[in-house]
Design a protein around this ligand. Structure first.
Ligand code: GRF
Length: 217
């Protein structure tokens, strides 16, 4: 499976993918390119350091979202990419963009969907007062964080938590979940039946020192 990783920020999820690749834990996945929409973002630095080709395409250079989607899609298709991984990519992309990638588009979201969609899902959950938070890896459809769910990790919220401490504990689980899902997808173990998604053989994430619940394990 030939993936592109799309990011806008610090790139810690990209780093988790790069580290998994270096450790031989991404299965038959090739990271063809990393694309960012923010010049100089941390993700770009991480990709360059790892020697992965990059695309820098500032969305601000485009008057319309459709024009940005088209230019980005063209640049990614030129790299022979068949699956996209959105790892902190803070742009909404349209359905015609998504259709260009035969093995789909995967996103990691820092909340237990379908609750707390959009930006700052962890902060929204914390402010709401939830007792369990977490993260979701899902296929992307035309909506905002509405696509079929592949896997989720549940992170308990402690009374002593701050929004920041919770964000960091969720992020740690994102770093486990996302590479494991990418591997399973590359190995052809993810099946979609409408909204229901199954991962045959699981994700291999049963053992953890943290009090988290991951489904599927
Ligand atoms: C992650 O929490 C991701 O779920 C959210 O934005 C954050 C990106 O972090 N969409 P990073 O850039 O991977 O460090």
């Amino acid at each position: 499976m030939k993936i592109a990783v799309l990011a806008s920020g610090g790139g810690s999820n990209l780093q988790a993918l790069l580290d998994a690749r270096a450790a031989g834990q991404l299965g038959p996945t090739e990271i063809q390119v990393v694309a960012v929409n923010i010049a100089g973002c941390g993700a770009l630095e991480r990709a360059e350091k790892a020697g992965v080709p990059t695309i820098v395409l500032p969305h601000r250079n485009f008057a319309k979202r459709e024009d940005f989607d088209l230019a980005l899609g063209d640049a990614l298709c030129a790299r022979d990419v068949d699956c996209l991984v959105l790892a902190g990519f803070m742009r909404i992309v349209g359905a015609s963009f998504l259709d260009r990638f035969s093995r789909g588009v995967i996103n990691v979201h820092p909340a237990l969907l379908p609750a707390f969609t959009g930006v700052n899902g962890q902060g929204q959950a914390f402010d709401y007062g939830v007792k369990v938070a977490g993260c979701t890896v899902h296929f992307v459809d035309g909506g905002v964080d509405t696509g079929p769910i592949i896997a989720q990790a549940v992170v308990p919220v402690a009374d002593s938590d701050t929004s920041e401490s919770l964000r960091l504990r969720i992020l740690k689980q994102e770093h486990r979940l996302l590479p494991a899902v990418v591997r399973a997808h590359a190995e052809g173990r993810i099946e979609r039946h409408g909204r229901r998604v199954s991962v045959s053989g699981g994700l291999g994430l049963a053992a953890s020192a943290d009090p988290v619940l991951i489904n599927p394990t």
